[in-house]
Write a protein that binds this ligand. Structure first.
Ligand code: KG4
Length: 338
């Protein structure tokens, strides 16, 4: 008999609900919040209020699109953390109430685990192509940059992670500094396609092992632009494509250097990427070219699964559900890891 999983994601500024039949996607509905655009970043209080407004219509629409009644749901999977506490509270409270009302099991999911497992969501009519275990996942988002060794859907080892900023933050802060808006990644990605990635060089971090650091390169960009603009106030405007292309290439070089090291240290050739920054076209191209050169099998998520979505939460929840894990009703959301 198949299981119907309702996934709920509310960790940041997207309210999302998805329905899976086992691992097959029946619906995935996301309401993105436009209210933050004027502020250059997500405003936590506004985010939680918007989740409160969105959550009922989003879940109703996901069930309707899936052609599933609430009473058919076998388990509810929700993001318990990490993320913005006020945002997580909305999804967590709603998931708990619904599980009481429907008398159905509740399963908690770690948001990052959702990103890592996004590639296991299956879709009707789309050929199945999934990494075999163990595989390496480069997890790159606005809050995290990690290299994860995935031994099984529920057994992860973090081989390396950022010691300061996440790579998505570096994209966002660079964009803010250049007056290009928020979120920065998509804008920089678009401008980088028009520029010369070799034109400018930025300081690379020296961090031992498989860990990352992205705060130094951000400062390097800041000083570079400030110095150039002191002699030519139009420098940034005239060179924004080349600045974006060079900055993006430097970030990708940093990411890839450690990923290559992790692959050679572990001997693993199954390599995936996940998280918001995995939408970056430069990173995707580099993963493919590096994979070809090194004999890796590379797994890139579909664009719709790169940003926050409930399909990835539902699939991660499905694995927890099969393993018999259940979340108690007194579980509180958590904003940070560990
Ligand atoms: O995973 P995500 O949606 O949210 C969390 O942080 O959990 O990631 C958001 C991050 C933002 O920093 C955004 O700028 C970045 O993903 N991003 C991109 C691209 N699209 C989104 N970064 C680089 N290139 C992109 N095309």
């Amino acid at each position: 008999m198949s299981d119907i999983i309702l996934g709920i994601e509310s960790s940041c500024d997207d309210t999302s609900a998805a329905v899976l039949r086992d691992r097959v996607l029946l619906s995935n509905v996301t309401a993105s919040q436009q209210v933050h655009k004027d502020y250059g970043g997500v405003v936590p209080e506004l985010a939680s209020r918007a989740h409160e407004l969105n959550i009922v219509p989003v879940i109703s629409s996901a069930l309707e699109k899936a052609g599933v009644r609430a009473s058919d749901v076998s388990a509810i999977a929700f993001t318990r953390g990490p993320g913005l506490l006020g945002s997580l509270l909305v999804g967590t409270s709603f998931a708990k109430s619904l599980s009481i009302a429907l008398d159905c099991p509740l399963v908690e999911v770690n948001h990052l685990q959702g990103h890592v497992l996004a590639g296991f969501v299956r879709q009707e009519g789309v050929p199945v192509r999934e990494p075999s275990f163990p595989y390496l996942c480069l997890l790159v988002s606005g809050g995290n940059s990690q290299i994860v060794k995935v031994n099984s859907p529920l057994d992860f080892e973090i081989l390396g992670q950022t010691i300061d900023d996440a790579v998505g933050e570096a994209f966002d802060k660079c964009s803010k500094m250049m007056g290009l808006g928020y979120p920065g990644g998509p804008v920089i990605d678009r401008l980088a396609k028009l520029g010369n990635p070799e034109r400018f060089k930025f300081a690379k971090p020296r961090v031992p092992g498989l860990d990352y650091s992205f705060s130094g390169i951000k400062t390097s960009l800041l000083y570079f632009v400030r110095d150039e603009m002191s002699s030519d106030p139009d420098f940034m405007e005239k060179n924004k494509e080349d600045i974006c292309a060079s900055f993006q290439k430097s970030l990708i070089d940093i990411l890839m250097e450690k990923l290559v090291k992790a692959a050679s240290q572990t001997g693993i050739t199954e390599v995936a990427v996940g998280g918001g920054v995995s939408a970056n076209s430069g990173l995707r191209d580099r993963m493919l070219s590096e994979g070809k050169k090194r004999g890796w099998n590379v797994y890139l998520p579909e664009f719709k699964f790169t940003t926050d979505n409930a399909a990835m939460i539902a699939v991660a929840g499905y694995f927890h559900y099969l393993a018999g894990e259940r979340c108690p009703l007194d579980a509180a959301p958590y904003s940070r890891l560990g």
